[in-house]
Design a protein around this ligand. Structure first.
Ligand code: NAG
Length: 975
């Protein structure tokens, strides 16, 4: 009988040494778009960080205030810095320090120098006021000292020009312009510094040029150009050529017939350059000039009409200070982009048209290189670009350009071919929603038809349907072995078919529809690493403005997504394809303050709420059934109910909550729309039950008083308007974020405040803290308080006694210290609510998202003593006042997810899993399992060994059974 032991041994040896069911799924289920924002024409350039190496990086400071370096070879981010956090104005400036490993940025009120290779800060300096322009002083003498920086500020209505030392950013000198002129630009040619400002009023400005000595900062001269008839706003001035041998300032006359140019330093001289009309009127004129002192003083004028564009190259004669036309680039249809690059003294202009890329030298009109444009489809046309021209041999050139397209992609074009593209338009998301992939309804519909027809025809119908289905049988049989193998072999499960949107058995495949501040909509496939399914330019948002989206909602029944903006604009698109179904332009409907998804008699819909919290009349067939909570004109919180009269329903204010004097309402949160509760009580260690206070009609209102440094939280009943609970915190820094969340029978919030020593464990001090409160029906276990034995209860009449007090929840609260501010809070959602919820918090200062488990945040944790065995059984452990954000809790792992505004969650079909999507500047998505993945086998589970074990046992039984039978029979005979 040696065989069975061998078999057993064999069987066991097949089993893996450990069952790692909970494999770390980091970087596998999660996805991250590391974005910059849309590069700006004046802050995007190629720069060589190391003097002796040829390699360049692509630098940009985007419209969102993100400074970044991108590898031009493959398009990945080398480093990023988010500078826009505190900047009020998003106009930033970025300049390279030629020949050095430095770039200098200025945004808001600060100027910083960065190591161009690593992105580390070299120095930073902060001033009052706002930056208006920045230049790096180009000293043609090749001394080793770091180049100094000129920063032009507007502060208290005056202009300040500061020379900052290149080594440490300290102010070398400061020039204050005592007048109230609007500072516009600073420029320099080695000998002089020029400050250009607008003098006058919006009825027309003259240009004032102040000339300063670069060494002392003393004013040496000043002159004014009469431009009142042409310049009405800073945008009307086209360009001040910066660091060049002959910097210029240019503008067009009002009808765009002439370009007017002054060579800075040439007092009172305005040169007229006629603009040639191409097709129809000129609509846009742009100037491009090199930024280096050693470059030839040439510039190009690029003029657009609605249908075509053309360009003229001009040369500046340095000795006579005159300008003459050198040559013209032909008129071409469509939009185009021209960029300038220089190598030593040579200046190159790269022209991107609809179908080719052309490189010319500024010196003569001969074409140095021409490449047909081969782009992937649907890129739109080019808006602006930055180029790098390299001379390979005496007469061969190569060019690569990073261009921004009208579809808001950032595309690298290398000799006409597409190198890479970055979806920068996806940055700056202001609203997002989950959407289910519509189910294929065909089978359901067919079955319905069969059920309704008479038995005979239903039977015939069914037989023909099955015969029809036979055509799929060969395919099915063919795929069977593959499906079997892929399901038992370890490793990736069968990859999802690309480009096919379908639901999966686990409910991981869902869409996220997002709206960006630039007026675009995107559909992302969360089940497929967040890949873009469709994108659409919904509205044209003027530069410098943000699309104020007030509501986005995907209707699960209709398969459409509706987006409403503040100015009454509205768009409805097909959720799966992004096709526009209906839309209205801004201004065509009343201004709205917010939106809410309501449940009408027929369907759910997105109700717009007008100013002062007035939704207005709605047709009776749409009248919302629920009580609504809106905010009025002065921030007061109001309860609304729709009352139907005939064909219409009117909103009626049922209650109003006015915050105390000096307080303003900063937040109102309600329970999530999908907030199922699996258990109505907490079973305690002694088998008694604490009943949860589960009122669906509650909101948590946050109010703050800036003067008194107070923050209050009120729990309101939305039906009656009763205050169920309130609390106040002192010593609150109201400028720090205050985040809150409400779900199930608990709510939490975080703030920076005095720490009131409610418990001995917390010392009195100040800091960031998170407070959690649980609501129960009664403080006594097994007691249901006033609601005991009432099958139904009403918030309006809590008991039979008239004017009875509302049934107040028993609230247990605990506070914890946390290491940093929480920007936003949300909770995970699962299908049945059996899985414990997890609190998801964004951490703006560490660019991360942390998931804090509920067990850590349990307010019933015993304070100052070890838990009793009964408490241990409940999973309560000793209270510790500090919650450290352990790297294990960080959902984003090592990834830097910047500018996250909001985190939205959605349940999967698997009860254990909640889908998470975070948006803002970056996009990040993942899946979380707060109670671990108890309903799915992990990747590490070895199905192959399970199957082989079963087979081995079966073989063993087959082999052993006859032997055992023979032995038994033999045994009988022996006996
Ligand atoms: C959305 O597009 C898909 C595919 O074209 C189509 O089957 C579906 O009916 C459309 N839905 C709506 C609501 O138009």
């Amino acid at each position: 009988m040696r065989l069975p032991t061998n078999l057993l041994y064999l069987t066991l040896s097949i089993l893996p040494s450990a069952f790692a069911v909970f494999a770390d799924e980091a970087y596998n289920v999660d996805y991250h778009y590391e974005l910059l924002g849309i590069p700006q024409p004046h802050t995007t350039f190629f720069h060589r960080p190391r003097k002796d190496e040829k390699a360049t990086l692509l630098y940009t400071l985007s419209d969102l205030g993100v400074l970044g370096a991108v590898n031009p070879g493959v398009g990945n981010v080398v480093w990023r810095q988010f500078l826009g956090q505190d900047a009020h104005s998003e106009t930033g400036f970025l300049r390279p320090v030629e020949g050095e490993n430095t770039v200098v940025s200025a945004i808001g009120s600060s100027v910083n120098a960065w190591d161009a290779m690593s992105g580390r800060e070299i120095w930073g300096n902060n001033f009052g006021g706002a930056i208006r322009d920045l230049e790096v002083l180009e000293t043609a003498t090749g001394n080793d000292e770091a180049r100094d920086v000129l920063a032009l500020f507007e502060e208290g209505g005056n202009a300040y020009l500061r020379m900052l030392k290149g080594t440490n950013g300290d102010v070398a000198w400061e020039y204050k312009d005592g007048s109230s002129d609007v500072p516009l630009q600073v420029s320099t040619n080695v000998r002089n510094v020029f400050v250009v400002s607008l003098h006058g009023s919006s009825g027309g400005y003259n240009l004032k040029v102040t000339i300063l000595d670069p060494v002392t900062g003393k004013r040496t001269n000043e002159y004014t150009l009469t431009t009142k008839a042409d310049i009405y706003a800073p945008e009307d001035v086209l360009l001040v050529g910066a660091n060049s041998a002959a910097p210029i300032i240019a503008w067009t006359d009002k009808p765009m017939k002439n370009l007017k140019v002054n060579i800075l330093g040439k007092t009172g001289d305005i040169q007229n350059l006629p603009l040639k009309e191409s097709d129809g009127e000129i609509t846009k004129v742009a100037l491009h000039a090199p930024h280096l002192v050693q470059s030839l003083p040439h510039f190009v004028v690029h003029s657009h009409s609605d249908v075509s564009n053309r360009a003229d190259v001009y040369h500046i004669d340095l000795s006579h200070k005159s300008i003459k036309l050198a040559y013209s680039l032909p008129k071409l249809p469509g939009q185009g982009a021209i960029s300038v690059s220089s190598q030593d003294a040579n200046v190159y202009f790269t022209r991107h048209t609809q179908d080719e890329v052309v490189v010319v030298s500024s010196a003569s009109h001969g074409i140095l290189g021409r490449w047909p444009l081969k782009l992937e489809k649907g890129r739109g046309s080019f808006v602006h670009g930055a180029s790098e021209v390299v001379q390979r041999t005496a007469d061969t050139y190569a060019v690569r350009s990073a261009v921004v397209t009208t579809d808001q992609d950032w595309v690298l074009v290398r000799n006409g071919a597409e190198g890479w593209s970055r979806l920068e338009g996806l940055s700056g998301i202001v609203a997002a929603t989950w959407a289910e992939i519509p189910e294929s309804e065909s089978l359901a519909k067919v079955l319905e038809v069969e059920a309704e027809s008479n038995p005979l025809s239903a039977y015939i119908h069914r037989v023909t349907r099955h015969i029809d289905d036979l055509q799929y049988l060969p395919d099915y049989l063919q795929n069977l072995p593959k499906r079997f193998l892929s399901s038992i072999l370890p490793g990736e499960s069968a990859p999802q078919k690309q480009g096919v949107l379908a639901r999966d058995n686990f409910g991981f495949n869902k869409l996220v529809i997002v709206a960006t501040q630039r007026g675009r909509l995107y559909g992302l496939d969360a089940g497929n690493q967040g890949s873009i399914v469709w994108s659409l330019g919904a509205f044209e948002i003027p530069a410098g403005k943000k699309w104020d989206v007030k509501g986005i909602w995907a209707s699960p029944s209709k398969g459409t997504t509706t987006v409403r903006g503040a100015e009454g604009e509205f768009i409805q698109v097909n959720t799966t394809t992004g096709e526009t179904i209906a839309s209205t332009t801004p201004g065509s409907a009343p201004v709205i303050q917010s939106t809410v998804v309501v449940d009408g008699p027929l369907q759910k819909w997105l109700l717009p709420i007008g100013t002062n919290g007035e939704p207005g009349q709605v047709p009776a067939v749409l009248a919302p059934k629920e009580y609504l909570v809106v905010q009025g004109k002065n921030g007061e919180v109001k309860g609304l109910k729709f009352e139907t009269k005939g064909d219409v329903a009117n909103p009626v204010v049922t209650w109003t909550f006015t915050p105390p004097a000096d307080h303003r309402v900063t937040g109102v949160v309600s329970r999530p729309a999908h907030d199922p509760v699996a258990s109505i009580g907490n079973v305690l260690g002694d088998r008694t039950v604490l009943y949860k206070y589960l009122n669906p009609n509650i909101v948590l209102v946050t109010t703050v008083s800036d003067e008194a440094s107070l923050a209050s939280f009120y729990l309101l009943d939305t039906v009656s308007g009763d205050i169920l609970y309130s609390t106040i915190h002192e010593g609150v820094d109201t400028k720090q974020p205050i985040a809150s969340a409400l779900t199930e029978n608990w709510f939490s919030y975080s703030l920076w405040a005095d720490i009131t020593p409610t418990t001995d464990a917390l010392p009195a001090s100040k800091g960031y803290q998170i407070i959690i409160s649980e609501m129960y029906e009664s403080q006594i276990p097994n007691d249901r308080g006033p609601l005991d034995s009432v099958p139904e209860s009403s918030s309006l009449e809590p008991s039979d006694i008239p004017n009875a007090e509302p049934a107040l929840p028993h609230v247990i609260t605990q506070s914890f210290l946390i290491p940093e501010a929480i920007g936003h809070m949300s909770v995970t959602e699962t299908r049945q609510g059996i899985t414990t919820r997890q609190l998801l918090c964004t951490l703006p200062s560490s660019n991360a998202i942390v998931g804090i488990p509920r067990t850590v945040l349990d307010p019933r944790r015993p304070v100052g003593r070890d838990p009793t065995p009964a408490e241990l059984e409940e999973g309560l452990y000793r209270y510790h006042p500090v919650i450290e954000f352990d790297p294990k809790l960080i959902l984003t792992h090592k990834r830097e997810v910047i500018g996250v505004k909001d985190v939205i969650t959605s349940p999967a079909i698997l009860e254990s899993t909640s889908l998470v999507f975070a948006y803002g500047i970056d996009v990040f998505g993942t899946r979380v399992t707060p109670s671990f993945a108890f309903d799915i086998l992990g990747k590490g589970f070895n199905k192959l060994s399970l199957v082989s074990t079963v087979i081995a046992l079966w073989v063993g039984v087959v082999v052993l059974a006859p032997m055992v039978r023979r032995k038994q029979i033999n045994g009988r005979w022996m006996a």
